[in-house]
Design a protein around this ligand. Structure first.
Ligand SMILES: Cc1ncc(COP(=O)(O)O)c(C=O)c1O
Length: 477
């Protein structure tokens, strides 16, 4: 499909080959002002999916008289990626808020608290004291040493500083690990629901994501038999996330041991364990690091970071721990792309690890607040007819199965067909922003982030309840 895009006539640019839709260029070109209602969520999102690959656009500079044509097509690697839906919805809700619509945003994946003072001060001091230069690619020795200490004390894992790579967030650690160990055609095993980026990271590495569905009735835990049945000589990496985004599940140690027994039978298989939510966990659940299981240290790549427990999302700081050959390979990628993480953030990260075991009082207070919110939401949604719940044991998300409402007709809106149309319905009719489960590989569900005050959550529940009356009258449950 060829399209001629003219600057004067095209409202929404599809020119930007952005991975995420937070690209300011993309947003800048959408006007929400008083006409925001005309821009439906669906049409907006669809536009995000029009990749330059499909629309090999030719841009003609109107000012130029010699009508030179510029090839703005992008690589097949980029074109095969889906933009992050969580970012798309967060940005869309933000744009609505900026246009004056009182949207309750429960789509974001970051705590609503401030970065703890001691951490922020350490960052400010780092600037004042001149720690503003490049650090070693792998991170400062003092931070890597502190990470080794943390892993030993809290996770029972023994690593040396040269087995740690500090990066700009856990996301970068994960991508680098996938790129470092996967060859084209390898399979990356991902239990679903999954963190949105895992399958796309596998694709970036020219590997094939193999999605293993789980059931809400099993609390979304991976069935070891299903895992065993999917493994073969192409299986290279199993990605586990516990506590999980989006479900809040926490893998019990016994189940991890069963998984480890299966993994041990496959000499090529490695396990990436994303433990970024490890401190946000609700008793009696406890966290087990996969690498601590017998025989798994050699195969495990442990990813962790500061974004969630220490409310440092904007500081961009995470780390990978693993056998030196794998960590060095990840470091090689990093050295040719971003180099070391911010020197200021690394000083702040050091202060975070100095807060005490599992983040000490500061983190414990935040986790207590999250638990109260979880309890409130679980209680509230249990009263909703036809909605299935798995009580989350960690993280700050509730992943609810609303599929019994699919097929409902709503006057002036249309049909609720799937998780995307349901979220659009909630955004339109309840002004509550949620994320479609489809983004996480489970279209039956929607994700609610409870990184918001109890008062806000109460208001959101009331509004959702009210909007659902429109659905209820359409389809008896
Ligand atoms: C499971 C999981 N892993 C990794 C990340 C990214 O973390 P970071 O901010 O450290 O890149 C997130 C953020 O939402 C996440 O939910």
């Amino acid at each position: 499909m060829e399209a001629l895009l003219s600057r004067s006539c095209y409202g929404v640019s599809t020119q930007s080959p952005s991975l995420g839709v937070s690209d300011s260029q993309t947003l800048k070109s959408i006007s929400f002002s008083s006409r925001f209602q005309k821009i439906s969520f669906k049409s907006w999102e669809r536009q995000q999916y029009i990749t330059p690959f499909k629309m090999r656009a030719v841009v003609r500079a109107e000012e130029s008289s010699d009508s030179k044509q510029l090839d703005i097509s992008t690589s097949p690697r980029v074109n095969s990626l889906k933009p992050s839906k969580t970012m798309a919805i967060t940005d869309h809700a933000t744009a609505l808020v900026q246009a004056g619509v009182p949207v309750i945003r429960l789509a974001a994946g970051e705590p609503d608290f401030d970065t703890p003072n001691a951490i922020a001060e350490a960052g400010i001091n780092a600037i004042r004291q001149g720690h503003t230069r490049y650090t070693p690619n792998a991170g400062t020795l003092e931070l890597r040493t502190a990470i080794c200490h943390k892993l030993k004390e809290e996770n029972g894992l023994t690593y040396a500083p040269d087995q740690i790579l500090v990066s700009n967030g856990a996301k970068q650690c994960t991508l680098q690990a996938v790129l470092a160990v996967c060859s084209p055609g390898d399979e990356v095993i991902i239990p679903s629901p999954f963190y949105v980026s895992y399958p796309e990271m596998a694709r970036l590495a020219d590997a094939t994501p193999i999605i293993l569905p789980t059931l809400i009735s099993d609390n979304f835990l991976l069935n070891p038999k299903v895992l065993a049945s999917k493994l073969n000589e192409r299986s290279r990496l199993l990605i586990l996330c516990s506590p999980s985004n989006p479900t809040g599940l926490v893998y019990p140690k016994k189940l991890l041991e069963e998984i480890a027994d299966i993994v041990a039978k496959h000499p090529r298989l490695l396990v990436l364990s994303d433990e970024i939510y490890e401190h946000i966990i609700y008793s009696p659940a406890t966290h087990t690091s996969f690498a601590s299981l017998p025989g798994m240290w050699e195969r495990a790549l442990t990813v962790n970071g500061f974004s969630k427990a220490f409310v440092m999302t904007g500081w961009r700081l995470g780390y990978l721990a693993g056998p030196k050959h794998f960590v060095a390979a990840c470091g090689k990628i990093q050295s040719q792309s971003t180099s070391g993480a911010s020197s200021i953030s690394q000083k702040a990260g050091l202060a975070a690890l100095g807060l005490g075991y599992a983040g000490g009082e500061v983190v414990a207070t935040m986790v207590k607040a999250f638990q109260e919110r979880r309890d409130f939401l679980v209680k509230s949604f249990k009263e909703f007819e036809g909605v299935k719940i798995s009580v989350p044991q960690g993280a700050f998300y509730l992943f609810l199965d609303f599929s019994s409402y699919y097929g409902s007709e709503v006057d002036g809106f249309g049909t609720i067909k799937d998780s995307e149309s349901l979220c659009r319905f909630f955004l339109d009719k309840a002004q509550v922003a949620l994320v479609p489960g489809d983004a996480f590989g489970d279209d039956n569900c929607i994700r609610i982030s409870y990184a918001a005050s109890l008062t806000t959550l109460q208001a959101a529940v009331d509004k959702i309840k009210e909007a659902m009356l429109l659905l209820r009258s359409a389809v008896p449950i």
